[in-house]
Design a protein around this ligand. Structure first.
Ligand code: SAH
Length: 273
């Protein structure tokens, strides 16, 4: 029997807390596109969700795994077109949880890699909302596997750096001397718009014009396309191939392995014969 008195601050405190924590928010990485790259945990939580709040990079097949009765809320995040401002989204997540819902906040790739997941969880934590974070296959890992470009390789690169090429105020504030190093791979998220600027900067800081570089569109999806070239040629090749987002750019000599290690685009083509 619980002998504590009702005025016991521990009881009142935990009552208020549990009110605030009646729902849950699961911040879930949806992977780069192929639904089979979801974790088992993500698949279970999606199937059990009352509400899904998802970004534009989450594939339709992943959304289809939710119950038909689950509410689906599109949170946008296309570059330059944020359909739901981040602060409103943060408030929405808190309110849904406080209404007792099981909320799955679905993000493309991994929630903590260029996904603003940290900002969303900070708000949840500040408001005392119960949350869990489920990692996902980030675009770099998905693309590396499906495009046949290992991110590290003992003969090519002992380090791998992920950067965002998102242009803020027309310039990229990156550590160019650090990126323009040879025995490493540089993976650039959101780099399509700034591709020629990026390649130019890497050459300006010492990488040769014939240094290998690749751009991969819609990695791990049946529509995946890969274009390989060099820092000198890639910007023009990407325009010629009419590449459009989402694309990932990989710079480094590992790109030369693509010809030997490619398999996915061929497998898709063979399947559709
Ligand atoms: N959190 C995500 C990244 C979000 S930023 C992750 O971990 O993957 C969005 C950028 O990710 C896109 O502009 C693109 O550069 C990259 N991206 C995401 N999915 C991709 C895919 N299937 N193929 C290529 N690039 C992808």
């Amino acid at each position: 029997m619980d002998m504590r008195h009702h005025n016991d601050p521990e009881i009142t405190q935990s009552a208020t807390k549990s009110d605030a924590k009646s729902g849950w928010v699961y911040l879930v990485g949806a992977g780069p596109g192929d639904p089979e790259l979801l974790t088992l945990k993500a698949a279970r939580l999606i199937a059990q969700a009352d509400v899904l709040v998802y970004d534009n990079l989450v594939s339709a097949e992943v959304l289809d795994m939710a119950s038909p009765t689950a509410e689906r809320i599109y949170a946008g995040k296309e570059q330059g077109n944020h359909s739901l401002p981040q602060d409103e989204l943060n408030v929405l997540l808190v309110n849904l949880a406080k209404a007792g819902k099981r909320v799955v906040r679905l993000k493309g790739g991994d929630p903590y890699i260029f996904g603003r997941g940290g900002e969303e969880v900070e708000t949840l934590a500040a408001d005392g909302v119960h949350f869990e974070v489920v990692p996902g296959v980030t675009a770099a890992a998905g693309v590396a596997a499906y495009a046949g470009i290992p991110l590290t390789h003992r003969n090519h690169a002992q380090a791998c750096v992920f950067v965002t090429g998102h242009l803020k105020d027309g310039s990229m504030n990156l550590d160019w001397p650090g990126l323009a190093r040879k025995p490493q791979t540089v993976v650039i998220y959101m780099g399509l718009t700034g591709l020629s600027y990026l390649c130019g900067k890497l050459m300006e800081h010492g990488l040769p014009a014939d240094w290998p570089a690749a751009i991969v569109q819609e990695g791990t999806r049946a529509t995946q396309r890969t274009v390989t070239g060099t820092l000198g040629t890639l910007p023009e090749l990407a325009v010629g191939a009419q590449m459009r987002g989402p694309t990932l750019i990989i710079v480094g000599s590992v790109v030369t392995l693509h010809d030997k290690l490619r398999w996915f685009e061929e497998a898709v083509a063979a399947e559709s014969l």
